[in-house]
Write a protein that binds this ligand. Structure first.
Ligand SMILES: *[C@@H]1O[C@H](CO)[C@@H](O)[C@H](O)[C@H]1NC(C)=O
Ligand SMILES: *[C@@H]1O[C@H](CO)[C@@H](O)[C@H](O)[C@H]1NC(C)=O
Ligand SMILES: *[C@@H]1O[C@H](CO)[C@@H](O)[C@H](O)[C@H]1NC(C)=O
Length: 857
């Protein structure tokens, strides 16, 4: 029963009590995957490559837009039409229609009409390089990014011989597609190509000589249908008074789907006619200067959010740029820092784990209110986005009602100087550094959050000024990737309210002992602080509220000279992390660089159970007289697995050159059930024949043996001949194998091959059953000996991208269109692609099918 064997691990996985974020993301994936399987089982899949890449559709469904869609479809088949412009008010559903078009191509995999369907998000300030970059990515090209004209020529050339469909969302001015961006005009011999865009302004359609299609608001009947479908109360049907009032409310949404949905969500559970009367009033009451109907309705939904924390949390999101994908995890960490999720109930005394759970629940409520949208990024995992109309509404509130809400100043918000005293949050970004002026910050009495990630020019006096002037109120200070260096000013220790301090990816060399005064600090980020050499014990050891300390990839030496730093104070030791001074520490990220440190660490139950990320790497190039990093026979590594396996989420292991590993390295992920990211680097040993990763059983009996690994990287290794994956990896998304000079085989099907003989899990088409249901990217580079990546094609339902570079011995790859329906891009050098053999199930040549998806490196 191949289907079941495939789904079971995913479903079992879902049932486990994991953090909301993980659950949601995998849940959605699993649903899509399930859908895929059903389609496949119904025999709907054939040898159809996919011209389009799926885009997530927003929550507001396409209602009453069927007519518009069919007009667009007919234009797409009409040789006399080249450019199509969809125009209408914000919130009327233009983007949803465009998404629908894109995804129709994606779902049908329709090949006949276009070679390539490219989705481009434009946004209000037209950013030509950003548009070019999105197109280049789909074409698999890299651009200079410094000269847009040159880049336009490159794109023009690449698109010239293709039948393309470019979909541009949200254009605010006429753009000359060919001259400014490099998209050839769809005319003459290119009449099979099309450009479709959306805009709020009908004159943009005229100026671009586009066939224009208006998207009109819904009529009364359709409006009511959509509105009432979102209500969860019977009263609208049973109580005629309420029904009447509800119809008035729906009417006031002006037929705009986004307005109808958000207002209906806000009113979903209201049972009293009083509530509905208030709603009619509120929608009639037009705040000064807010005459845009959709904004007015969105503001209504905003006002109807349950409490100030929810409103404040939503405002927080609008500090990120338009169309930004905001990491759910990071967002929640900020909210925790501000005290938006748990301060109210327990004065910030709760566990980080609970606070994160509450934060994810808050995100879900905002998603449910349709004020945020859910999305996914392959780089940062689960994310959220804000509809541009919602963002407009929030920015309006920020401009006009900052005295009622938590006002903020982001690079693009305009607030009069004299009003700046109301500002509670500031966020600046690197690209605005030319305008960076510390006086702006100091002139605001920003009293909660100051985000200066990536900001250049933060000289110590500036930081001292900020710390002194905001000392009694600031809760979040984010200096991630900024250019502070050397000593961190002692004044930072004055900020007694600070809960969140991120100094990751900076060049700080020492922390002041005054840092220890931050007794409310809950999260401290010191990731990748390569220059950090001095941490006085007092700086950390007394942080009695500290819950998260992340020093992964820090240069700090745990065994530094015991005489301590320049001022003679004692330096922080591993032992200090388990002492009573840090009673709330829950999550730890560390780098350990000697066997002694590793042993010291493994002795402590407290440290082992709190470690979420660990990197093991020799500090200096090791000498043969040094003891082996992983202990005799690797004994310390086995102890890492047995002692910390149940808490680790991230693990980086580096080889020890003076003591090469003996024998195969077999990592059973059963022992590391929470591990999401695993990297093996610089294992160089002639006596290490292979690396084996063992995943879950195919038919798990209990939920305990589900493996969460999502990313695996093996780099710079030497001596091994094989990398094998045995068993099922229900969450694995990326495999990266690079610069391993002796590697001959990557066996993704090892366990499957063994399983087949006994259980007959091979299906009729000859495809091996999927045990990698989420695998989406395979990257192979600099593998001079690699000969094989498996014997038969696997079913990899989510596989989208394969990159092969400098693997001259790889002469044959198993590729099957039915087993890999989403494979969009194969990037490699032309010489290699021209000679490689592609074998489908049953060994037939599948090269012609995949030819179109090849992209030259
Ligand atoms: C700053 O914070 C304090 C307390 O948290 C609050 O009372 C005060 O009004 C805030 N000031 C501004 C300008 O927001
Ligand atoms: C520490 O930071 C790294 C890199 O950003 C991240 O992968 C890891 O999850 C973090 N660990 C903890 C304990 O927060
Ligand atoms: C590739 O690996 C070798 C050893 O296996 C190492 O010496 C070299 O630095 C690596 N090259 C890169 C580009 O990482």
């Amino acid at each position: 029963m191949p289907l079941l064997a495939c789904i079971l691990p995913v479903l079992t996985f879902l049932c486990q009590p994991v953090l909301g974020a993980v659950e949601t993301c995998v849940g959605n994936q699993a649903q899509r995957f399930f859908g895929f399987l059903t389609d496949w089982a119904d025999g709907l899949f054939g040898d159809r490559p996919n011209a389009a890449e799926e885009v997530p559709e927003s929550a507001s469904e396409v209602v009453g837009a069927e007519d518009t869609l069919s007009v667009i479809r007919s234009y797409l088949n009409d040789d006399s039409v080249g450019i199509i412009g969809i125009y209408g008010m914000g919130g009327v559903g233009k983007t949803t229609i465009l998404q629908r078009i894109n995804n129709e191509f994606f779902e049908s995999g329709k090949q006949g009409s276009f070679d390539l369907v490219i989705w481009v998000t434009v946004s209000q300030t037209v950013d030509i390089p950003a548009i070019q970059k999105q197109i280049a990515e789909r074409l698999g090209l890299s651009l200079s990014c410094s000269n847009t004209e040159e880049d336009a020529r490159v794109l023009f050339k690449a698109l010239s011989d293709k039948r393309f469909l470019v979909l541009l969302d949200d254009i605010w001015r006429a753009i000359d597609m060919q001259v400014e961006i490099g998209i050839p005009r769809p005319k003459g011999r290119r009449r099979n190509s099309k450009i479709v865009f959306t805009t709020r302004l009908s004159q943009v359609c005229d100026e671009m000589e586009a066939k224009s299609i208006p998207v009109k608001p819904l009529d009364e009947v359709a409006s009511w249908e959509l509105f009432s479908s979102k209500l969860r109360t019977q009263e609208v049907c049973t109580n005629p008074t309420i029904r009447l009032l509800a119809e008035q409310v729906a009417h006031k949404c002006g037929g705009l789907p986004l307005a109808l949905v958000t207002v209906a969500k806000a009113m979903a559970n209201r049972k009293l006619s009083r509530d509905w009367e208030d709603a009619v009033d509120a929608l009639d009451h037009r705040p000064e200067r807010l005459d845009d109907q959709v904004l007015r309705c969105l503001k209504f939904s905003f006002d109807y959010l349950k409490n100030d924390n929810m409103r404040s949390a939503l405002l927080f999101c609008s500090m990120f740029p338009e169309d930004a994908q905001i990491s759910r995890e990071k967002l929640v960490d900020y909210w925790v820092g501000e005290g938006l999720v748990d301060d109210e109930n327990d004065g910030g005394e709760g566990s980080m784990n609970d606070a994160r759970g509450a934060g994810q629940a808050l995100i879900n409520k905002l998603l449910d209110a349709c004020l945020l949208e859910s999305s996914w990024s392959s780089l940062i995992g689960p994310t959220v986005k804000m509809h541009d109309a919602v963002r407009d509404m929030v920015l309006w509130i920020n401009r006009h009602e900052y005295n009622k809400v938590d006002g903020f100043l982001a690079w693009d918000s305009i607030i009069r100087r004299e009003d700046r005293k109301h500002i509670k949050r500031i966020r600046l970004l690197r690209k605005h550094i030319k305008r960076f002026n510390p006086d702006v910050i100091l002139s605001c009495s920003s009293n909660r959050t100051l985000m200066l990630s990536s900001v250049r020019g933060l000289r110590p006096p500036i930081l001292q000024g900020i710390a002194s002037s905001m000392k009694s109120t600031l809760r979040i200070l984010d200096l991630f990737y900024s250019d502070i260096r050397g000593e961190l000013p002692a004044e930072v220790g004055l900020m007694a309210e600070l809960r969140f301090l991120d100094l990751s990816f900076t060049r700080i060399a020492s922390l002041p002992k005054e840092l220890g005064n931050l007794v409310k600090l809950r999260q401290l980020g010191l990731v990748d602080t390569k220059f950090l050499v001095q941490i006085p014990q007092e700086a950390i050891a007394g942080l009695r509220s500290l819950q998260v300390l992340n020093m992964t990839e820090s240069g700090y030496d745990w065994e530094a000279d015991p005489r301590g730093g320049e001022d003679g104070g004692r330096q922080l030791k591993l032992g200090d992390l388990e002492a009573a001074g840090l009673p709330r520490l829950e999550e730890l990220g560390v780098q350990l660089d000697t066997p002694r440190a590793l042993e010291r660490f493994l002795k402590s139950d407290k440290l082992c159970s709190r470690t979420r990320s660990l990197r093991v790497k020799m500090r200096h190039r090791s000498q043969s007289e040094d003891p082996p990093l992983y202990g005799e026979g690797g004994s310390l590594l086995w102890r890492v697995f047995s002692r910390m396996g149940r808490s680790l989420k991230t693990l980086f292991l580096y080889g020890d050159d003076a003591h090469p590993w003996e024998g195969g390295l077999r990592i059973s992920l059963d022992q590391l059930p929470l591990l999401e990211f695993l990297r093996l680097d610089s294992f160089r040993s002639e006596r290490m024949p292979e690396v084996v990763l063992v995943g879950s059983n195919f038919t798990p009996r209990s939920s305990s043996n589900i493996v969460r690994l999502s990313s695996f990287v093996m780099d710079n290794c030497d001596g091994q001949k094989g990398l094998k994956l045995v068993g099922a990896f229900p969450c694995l998304r990326n495999i990266v194998l690079g610069n391993c000079s002796t590697m001959e085989e990557l066996a993704l099907d090892d366990g499957v091959a063994a399983g087949i003989a006994e259980e007959g899990t091979q299906d009729d088409a000859g495809l091996l059953d999927c045990h990698l249901p989420m695998l989406s990217d395979i990257l192979l580079y600099k593998l001079p000996s690699l000969k094989s990546i498996g014997r038969r094609p696997l079913r990899l339902p989510e596989l989208r991208y394969i990159k092969v570079d400098r693997c001259p011995e790889l002469r044959r790859i198993p590729l099957d269109a039915a087993g890999m329906p989403k494979l969009e891009r194969i990037r490699a050098r032309r010489e290699w692609w021209d000679t490689v053999e592609c074998a489908g199930s049953g060994g037939h040549n599948t090269k012609p099918i995949f030819e179109k998806r090849f992209i030259e490196l």
